[in-house]
Design a protein around this ligand. Sequence first.
Ligand code: C2E
Ligand code: MG
Ligand code: MG
Ligand code: MG
Length: 283
Amino acid sequence: QLAKKTQRNWIEFERKLEIRSTRRLALLTELKEAIAADQFELYFQPKLNVRNNTITQAEVLIRWNHPTRGLIAPGGFIELAEQTGLIKEISQIVLQKVHTLVSQCNTQGITLSMNLSAIDLEDSRLLDFARSLNTKHPDDARFITLEITESASMKDPEQALNILEGFSKLGYHLSIDDFGAGYSSLSYLKKFPVSELKIDRSLVQNCHKDTDSAIILESTIEMGHIMGLVVTTEGVETDEEYQQVCNLGADYVQGYWLSMPIPFDEFMAKHLLGSYAQEIQPI
Ligand code: C2E
Ligand code: MG
Ligand code: MG
Ligand code: MG
């Protein structure tokens, strides 16, 4: 009886795996097409400097404009892209797009940040590509920040460090993303030539509700400051969270409280009018 049940479960499990791998394969084919046909769009989320209430940077977030399924968020394809190495091509596409927007943003006092994957730091392909972009416009890199998410999947930290130093030499600023979410190693922070610490939403949530959360967030911000980093809190959604992260010492704030990620034209229009969703309250 038990053996039969085990066998049934096993068959069911195999069937599920099969469905999943068929879907994966279909997605992979489509992702390759997306790269060839450039179906990616960049969305922009502003970051507020809470010291002087100005917006001086926006983070670039990728979207896949799928021909039949519409806009797909990174959660739906970045992981597969990382597992298959396609992320390297996607990162080149994003970097190139960002470079073409730099000067236009710069005239409005805006710099841009973009996300890198740990896979991008495994070899020098993206760095070489960046070098070629910078031979034409050597000043652009100073207006671009590369956000790195620390991860256990960083196979070769020495190589990653070399590549990050290469980007740094070209003039790019570096930032640690999602700090405090899952895997965060202080040793990276000390080694990598970063200038910003972005604290993950998971540490921001509840920071105005319970003392423990507030203490953890405050000491993380303080640690960032002691290490000479500018500190941004991510995922600030409410007035209460905004007030509290300011009280606890954050330098920059990002989150739905200020604005969702939006298309470039909308971002520029809002920026020119100074009309973000929230009236920014000086505190
Ligand atoms: P991230 O870099 O930490 O970006 C922040 C994510 O949180 C974005 O999700 C953003 O839309 C979302 N977010 C912003 N404010 C709030 C808020 O107030 N509340 C909540 N709940 N969420 C907020 P998104 O755009 O879906 O991107 C998810 C992740 O995908 C990013 O996390 C980043 O790690 C990755 N990603 C995005 N674009 C790229 C890219 O061009 N290349 C690579 N390699 N990764 C990317
Ligand atoms: Mg980011
Ligand atoms: Mg990230
Ligand atoms: Mg983040």
